[in-house]
Write a protein that binds this ligand. Structure first.
Ligand code: NAD
Length: 255
């Protein structure tokens, strides 16, 4: 029998990395708005505190943790704290990411490692810390925030950024195949150009206007546009989707 689902997440616990601002904050809010308890992680302690206060003032069930996702020991310790504070994690959104604009010839070993440590190792560390529990409970949703960069090349970032976002798509597919039998869905989301502090920092107003000219729908994306997709992927309504890389870019990249 075909059962139609709604997007409610009551009783679920979600972990969103890079949750202090930009898309991560919007993802945290939409998940909380739909009933989930949300653990918000970020390296920016102060910004995270402000974000937490806003979320608490709206009456959401949220907690924040200062965590650098590139450090496995910090990730493992913080997962234990979430389990004690909120309960076991059902939904993981690997959103924390950094972008560097450097041309290939000027990328140093250090910068290459840094971008990949946050964008790729960070997602690996979080998946590793949570996967056993998800397998045990036979339920889980993992959503990796890749980028159009991972499907093509980055508009503003360098080769290290593009490489890291492509790597996330490989991790998504492979992990999805291994854990599908435990009813765990692993998917990647590939946003185009979204109006967040990352883009505002990386590009000048003129460059942003030039980028908008290449977007068929004629505007940058908003964090909320992507948040709606995250809610769908976190909900039971997406239970037959796994290993997918889902584009959300207003027609900027059609593949
Ligand atoms: P943002 O810079 O506004 O927010 C990213 C957050 O991640 C920040 O709060 C930052 O402090 C946090 N973070 C960075 N390193 C961290 C670490 N080591 N541990 C924990 N947290 C860390 O960026 P955004 O635009 O909201 O991007 C969110 C995600 O979406 C990123 O992975 C980014 O690569 C991806 N993305 C962004 C765009 C875009 O156009 N904005 C497009 C495609 C993909």
């Amino acid at each position: 029998m075909l059962r139609f689902q709604n997007f409610r997440l009551d009783g679920r616990i979600a972990l969103v990395t890079g949750a202090a601002q930009g898309m991560g904050l919007a993802f945290s809010e939409i998940l909380a708005l739909n009933g989930a308890g949300v653990a918000m992680w970020d390296v920016k302690g102060l910004t995270l505190k402000t974000a937490l206060a806003t979320m608490l003032a709206k009456g959401y069930r949220v907690a924040s943790y200062a965590v650098d996702v590139s450090k496995a020991d910090e990730v493992n310790a913080a997962v234990k704290k979430i389990e004690a504070d909120l309960g076991p994690v059902d939904i993981l959104v690997n959103n924390a990411g950094i972008l560097r604009r450097t041309d290939f010839r000027n990328i140093t070993q250090e910068e290459w490692k840094l971008v990949n440590a946050v964008n790729v190792d960070g997602a690996f560390n979080c998946c590793k810390a949570l996967i056993d529990g998800m397998i045990e409970r036979k339920r889980g949703k993992i959503i990796n925030i890749s980028s159009s960069a991972g499907r093509s090349t980055s508009t503003f970032g360098g080769a290290h950024y593009t490489t890291s976002k492509a790597a996330l798509l490989g991790l998504t597919r492979h992990l999805a195949r291994e854990v599908a039998r435990y009813r765990i869905n692993v998917n990647a989301v590939c946003p185009g150009s979204i109006d967040t502090p990352m883009v505002q920092r990386a590009a000048s107003q003129k460059e942003i206007e030039e980028a908008i000219e290449k977007i068929p729908m004629g505007r940058l994306g908003r964090a909320e546009d992507v948040a709606n997709l995250i809610l769908f992927l976190a909900s039971d309504a997406s239970s037959y989707i796994t290993g997918a890389s889902i584009d959300i870019n207003a027609g900027e990249l059609m593949v």
